[in-house]
Design a protein around this ligand. Sequence first.
Ligand code: FES
Length: 64
Amino acid sequence: MYVCVCNAIRETEFRRAARCMEGDAESVYATLGKAPQCCQCLEEADELLAEERALERRPQLVAA
Ligand code: FES
């Protein structure tokens, strides 16, 4: 699935980049060497960003 059709940014690519950096969706796009064009994707991209970072902060269970 594409997060951003204009830039052909896939969800997996976006999530991976989101885990490696701070900032909003536009910052993640910039890390990928892209810039928003029509901007219709930014709201959903910011939601994915928040979701990915929440997953990252979730405590991990460790098997004994
Ligand atoms: S769909 Fe992302 S800038 Fe157009």
